[in-house]
Design a protein around this ligand. Structure first.
Ligand SMILES: [Zn+2]
Ligand SMILES: [Zn+2]
Ligand SMILES: [Zn+2]
Length: 87
């Protein structure tokens, strides 16, 4: 089974805001929010038109995100393309 080899990049981060900061700046809306587990950046999901969480991975090279939607605790590694469980 393929696993994630980047879990050492997970930090004890807190979301900067419960909003996509990039979308707020542009006055855009988003669908769901994803938290970068390395730096605490909050970005919007791939169902959102701006896909800032994925853009953050490409620019910052932080591979692991987690959903911060209520009741969701799954994460995702963009490099390994595997789902991760967060407590
Ligand atoms: Zn990984
Ligand atoms: Zn966004
Ligand atoms: Zn980050």
């Amino acid at each position: 089974m393929k696993g994630c080899t980047h879990t050492d990049q997970i930090r004890d981060v807190k979301p900067h805001a419960h909003a996509c900061e990039e979308c707020l700046k542009k006055g855009d809306t988003w669908v769901h929010l994803r938290l970068c587990m390395t730096c605490g950046n909050v970005g919007c999901c791939d169902s959102s038109k701006n896909q800032h969480a994925t853009k953050h991975f490409h620019s910052a090279k932080h591979p692991i995100i987690k959903s911060i939607e209520p009741g969701e605790n799954w994460g995702w590694c963009y490099i390994d393309e595997v789902e991760l469980d967060f407590p």
